[in-house]
Design a protein around this ligand. Structure first.
Ligand code: NAD
Ligand code: UDX
Length: 385
């Protein structure tokens, strides 16, 4: 049966130039597009490991609908040609791990702003639609975080719910280089919005709120550098796999809402296939029902990992560490991140489904299956690493 959009129109197969297709989100989006649609993907990245299973062998049912183009968008003249021969460009490419924001602020700003500029320009000049990946970090801190600790207003959603069209973007001082990423993402959002207003660029901006699941980042010393610091899901997975305490930065008091990658990808597919409803909008994509402190996340991951691995938790499952020790000078944090869902609900009728427990259960089952044996071997033969 032909696929139809939310308004009942038949969806025509399109060609999508997906930049950053080899990353965590890109790999899930490619998987979805290959298994459920007839769209073609020109997958652009410097790495292809996370989509290897979609590229080979030639007998795959979608062979011919996905092509990998190994290129760095910083300096490759082939980019414009790929955008020109596509109907839609999706830009996911970015440095997006907090450990980099204060330690490699120049790379972070270049990656999130300067390197995204030609993509916006080529889309605008060639009248091509753009879906650009921004971040929930553009909201920075909540208004409530500036109220006295005992103020009852802190319980009032007006002081913490993050809304695309009304919430301000509140960052720390310039010395707090943590905000280099958020600031670069905010400026590229403003540029895209301005291209829409002045030159008619057809755009959608996505603000992901902590999407997590299989293939996120890397496990240090196994499929990434031993000294690397990935995002929290991979940090805690690594600790659990190695039977080390999970490190709680500054007491683990910050709050996050986590969403299962597969729920979030459903929202992106709706944006891809419903341009009339998605264009000109900025969308929060998160799960407001899955809020925890980082400490609660650590406790839940410890319980879930025991269940899926069959191993008892270690005696001291968590330890406290200062942000200066963990991330270095210039780190700062978002206190709380709950997305308002009104706009995406109204435009695309989308809602997240998966509870935090369930998404951790499937993700940690994957982590255990994928890495437990390799970790055992690495621990047995430390010199080989
Ligand atoms: N995962 C989340 O929860 C989350 C949250 C907020 C925002 N985002 C945004 O979503 C996007 C994708 O995030 P992700 O989690 O998949 O990250 P990721 O690091 O797994 O993926 C990014 C991909 O972009 C590629 N890339 C980076 N620079 C490139 C360049 N110059 N040329 C070619 N390829 C390049 C990387 O190799 C990588 O494969 C990013 O823009 C990120 O800021 C993600
Ligand atoms: O081992 C760890 C790792 C992280 N943390 C804490 O866990 C929280 C979440 O950390 P993450 O690494 O997932 O990153 P953040 O949620 O702060 O930022 C992310 O948000 C959205 C995206 O744009 C990016 O992917 C990233 O900036 C932070 O408070 C961090 O300090 C720990 O307590 N221990």
């Amino acid at each position: 049966m032909a696929r139809v959009d939310l308004d009942g129109n038949v969806i025509k197969p399109m060609t999508i130039c997906m930049i950053g297709a080899g990353g965590f989100i890109g790999s899930h989006l490619c998987e979805k597009l290959m298994s459920e649609t007839l769209h073609t993907v020109l997958a652009v990245d410097v790495y292809s490991d996370k989509i290897k299973h979609l590229l080979e062998p030639d007998s795959l049912p979608w062979a011919g609908r996905i092509q990998f183009h190994r290129l760095n968008i910083k300096n490759d003249s082939r980019l414009e040609g790929l955008i020109k021969c596509s109907d839609l460009t999706i830009n996911l490419a970015a440095i997006c791990t907090p450990a980099d924001y204060n330690t490699r602020p120049l790379d972070t700003i270049y990656s999130n702003f300067i390197d995204a500029l030609p993509v916006v320009k080529y889309c605008s000049e060639n009248n091509k639609r753009l879906i650009h990946f921004s971040t929930c970090e553009v909201y920075g801190k909540t208004i409530g975080s500036f109220l006295p600790k005992d103020s009852p207003l802190r319980q009032d959603p007006a002081y913490y719910i993050l809304k695309e069209d009304t919430s301000p973007c509140i960052f720390g001082s310039v010395e707090k280089q943590r905000w280099s990423y958020a600031c670069a993402k905010q400026l590229i959002e403003r540029l895209i919005y301005a291209e829409g207003a002045e030159n008619g660029l057809e755009f959608t901006i996505v603000r992901p709120f902590n999407w997590i699941g299989p293939r996120m980042d890397f496990i240090p010393g196994i499929d990434g550098p031993s000294e690397g610091v990935p995002r929290v899901l991979a940090c805690f997975s690594n600790n659990l796999l190695r039977r080390e305490p999970l490190k709680l930065v500054d007491g683990g008091e910050s709050q996050r809402t986590f969403i299962y990658i597969k729920d979030a990808i459903e929202a992106v597919l709706l944006m891809i296939e419903n341009p009339a409803r998605a264009s000109g909008h900025i969308f929060n994509v998160g799960n407001p029902n899955n809020e925890v402190t980082v400490r609660q996340l650590a406790e839940m991951m410890t319980q879930v990992y025991s269940k899926v691995s069959g191993e008892d938790a270690i005696e001291t499952p968590t330890i406290d560490v200062s942000s200066k020790e963990f991330y270095g000078e210039g780190y700062d944090d978002s206190d709380k991140r709950i997305p308002d869902m009104t706009i995406i609900n109204k435009q695309l009728g989308w809602n997240p489904k998966t509870s935090l427990w369930d998404l951790l259960e499937s993700t940690l089952t994957y982590q255990h299956r994928t890495y437990a044996e390799a970790i055992k071997q690495a621990i047995a033969k430390p010199s080989a690493n």
